[in-house]
Design a protein around this ligand. Sequence first.
Ligand code: AHR
Length: 473
Amino acid sequence: MNPIDRRLFLAGTAALSATPLIARTRVEVPTPAAVNPLVKQRADAQVFRHEDGHYYLTGSVPEYDRLVLRRSKTLAGLATAEEAVLWRHEKTGPLSGFIWAPELHQIDGRWTMYFAAGPSGGGEDVFRIRTYAIVCDGPDPMTGRWKLLGQFQAPWDSFNLDSTSFVHKGRRYFAWAQREPGIETNSNLYIAPLASPLKLAARATRLTIPTLDWETGGYKVAEAPAVLHRNGRLFMTYSASATDARYCLGLLTAPEDADIMDPDAWVKSQQPVFTSCPETRVYGPGHNSFTVDEKGRDILVYHGRDYEAIKGDPLFNPDRHTRVQRLYYKADGTPDFGVPVGNGPLPERFASAVDPRALLAHDGTRLIAGNPSLPATQFRQTAGRAGPQSIMLSPILLPDHYLLAGKDGSVTLARNDRSADFAMRSQFVRFSDDRSNTVRFVSIAVTGKALAAVGKEIRLAGSRDATARWIAD
Ligand code: AHR
């Protein structure tokens, strides 16, 4: 062990012994809920938590030649879960080329996987993409035998893809992307109730045409609808523009009691709700789905690359990785998508137990107790160097900066300059207090002191002081 690490380890041990373990207080060893990217090279990911308690993940593979499925007891476990191949594209014919964007649903008790497929053979014909479904012959989608059910009977014989299905007020609906004859776009969004898995029960309603600048970057695209029912509303996200760094999420919102077949019931956000973020190094975030974590908290699932420049056609770049992050809500109940949080353990937010409106936040490189924006309140906890319990805290928007404790009681943000001083002052131990459901970050460098929100300031305070207690979310 090098001298710095030895000194750190001893300091970490001293901090642990110097901090009284209040009843039902325990050191919380950093074990992230999940680490991004969750699954490499799985684009268009659908993740859902089934009533059987398992998480299922499917998505497009870079080869676009097969339908795959993963299952795990935990969200994080999807990263290493075994992947079953349910079906492979055919040797010839209309399903022998690209296989895109599968979604798994249980419809009338039968596992059904929708997907888009096209013929092989090269030229423009490979984009003769249509929607199909396969069905499983048994209760276990991972081990059952799958066979082609047939082709979706779309309103027109034209490019259609990215279907999803959801139940609203007891009725099952289908939403998908399609090119409509007479409209010069790649795809628009449509919705209709289903009479059976591949047959609509009513004339389709067109929900949106890509017309805004952020929808028409490279290609005029509205695709990949995903529906979330929360706070008295239906939120339908969709993906727009070319699949490079311009790819982003748009949002349609309808009251839960509206006639969702009425296009006027849906209000379109004029701005994108989720876009590339150079600060966190995630580009082209999109083709999302929604799930919940093990605590039932909403999770946004999407794909994104961790570099911007792409050589060649982005459609054939394999690095659209599956990513997940918490989905929070604004005071008015609408989702706050924030920014893609970047590679590494999922970040958290820490609200002062004294005044929950004051969160650990930053304004540039200045730490504040406030709530300037969701991204400015998201901090990533990573393993420290002062023993197995030590951690470091870093804001997602400044991933190369860390919180440093000062002997003068200050707490600042600074880059790692590889100094012994930085190594010591950036180390904290996270204590959890089950009784108050709060956490404390005790400094290893400044004995008996912990991270605190004092008014609008972030400082050190006595490790047992109320201002040093945080509600992690
Ligand atoms: O990833 C393949 C296709 O590209 C998806 O179906 C679509 O959402 C994206 O544009």
